[in-house]
Design a protein around this ligand. Structure first.
Ligand code: MN
Ligand code: ZN
Length: 340
């Protein structure tokens, strides 16, 4: 079968590998039908994702059809359309004992630390498969994964209806977060450096927007939060100065959520955190949020249709990644398909 492997950074190859077979642990064979391309996949390709190891079959936004079940299918059936959880954890370390397998001491993320979904078949445990709503196409369903990341950050932020949220960055990550956040909290300020993205944020439910390049960011946050600063700030920009900007913009007793993966140094100061007694929290991947996302879709609270802008067959992954690198404004979600 065909697979896409990043051999080393900047070296993407379509390779032939053996079709996997189920065993006691990875007891479900999934035939892949759609796999999203995420910013972090592009990062692994370019060698800027510090978590990744090589060579790697990447892809963590994995949608397919159950083709074979070996033993207990936990409610799955042959033919079930599923999305596969990307997180695997050990189940017995300290974070796992707290129910936080997404930061397991022995965390293995599919498509990052172990092989992922850019291949025709994958074997996974039944409990890592989530049955898709009938209303969603396989291609649109890849968006469930970014949605879980957004649910995780809003959960880490303890976002509630009395909060004034400042969301910095309205790219793929930021727009997923806004979609979730607006269901929890009506008071959302979105900042970015691109006016067209800010217009999109406004249309998607942001109360206020700030162009962080052309406007006085701190003054605008103050103005839009009755002079007190945000109660929650989420960094979906993850650039050099964003953490410091958000520490400054957040009011006393607020929460600041980081999501970046850069290992480059960034200057912050303790006074901002201590004097305002800020909670600075990381939000990584997602912790059992697939069920929540699917529930929201089934309840009609979340519509993921129409997010996919381009598709490429798996065998043309190089073309797809090159296209994503153009940052063409028409790009929303790019999906690899398996009908080649
Ligand atoms: Mn992703
Ligand atoms: Zn663990």
């Amino acid at each position: 079968m065909k697979a896409v492997q990043i051999v080393t950074p900047e070296d993407l190859r379509v390779i032939d590998v053996e079709k996997p077979v189920t065993d006691e642990k990875n007891n479900v064979l999934v035939r892949m039908t759609a796999a999203g391309i995420c910013g972090s996949d592009v990062g692994i390709y370019h060698g800027t994702n510090a978590a990744a190891t090589y060579p790697r079959i990447i892809g963590h936004e994995m949608v397919g059809v159950v083709e074979e079940i070996n033993g207990d299918g936990k409610g799955l059936q042959v033919g079930s359309r599923v999305i596969v959880n990307q997180v695997t954890s050990c189940g017995h370390c300290y974070p796992c004992s707290l129910g936080r397998g997404n930061v397991c001491d022995d965390l293995k993320v599919r498509g990052v630390h172990i092989d992922g979904g850019y291949r025709e078949y994958i074997c996974v445990p039944a409990e890592d498969c989530y049955v898709l709503p009938d209303s969603l196409s396989d291609q649109d369903a890849v968006m469930i994964e970014p949605t879980t990341i957004a649910i995780q950050s809003c959960t880490r932020a303890q976002l509630g209806e009395d909060d004034m949220l400042l969301l910095y960055g309205y790219g793929a990550l930021g727009s997923s977060i806004l979609r979730i956040a607006r269901q929890l909290c009506p008071y959302i300020i979105v900042a970015d450096v691109v006016d067209s993205k800010l217009e999109a944020a406004k249309a998607a439910g942001a109360k206020y927007t700030i162009n962080a390049q052309t406007e006085d960011f701190q003054a605008k946050v103050k103005e839009y939060t009755h002079g007190r600063g945000s109660t929650v700030s989420i960094d979906a920009a993850c650039v050099k100065d964003s953490l410091m900007m958000l520490l400054q913009a957040t009011g006393n007793a607020g929460r600041v959520i980081t999501m970046g993966f850069s290992t480059a140094g960034t200057e912050v100061n303790q006074f901002l955190i201590t004097s305002k007694e800020l909670d600075v929290r990381g939000s990584r991947l997602q912790n059992k949020m697939f069920g929540k996302a699917i529930e929201m879709i089934n309840q009609g609270k979340l519509d993921l249709t129409g997010a996919v802008s381009h598709t490429f067959p798996l065998t043309e992954a190089q073309k797809a990644f090159d296209f994503v690198d153009t940052h063409d404004p028409s790009i929303r979600k790019v999906v690899l398909t398996f009908d080649f």
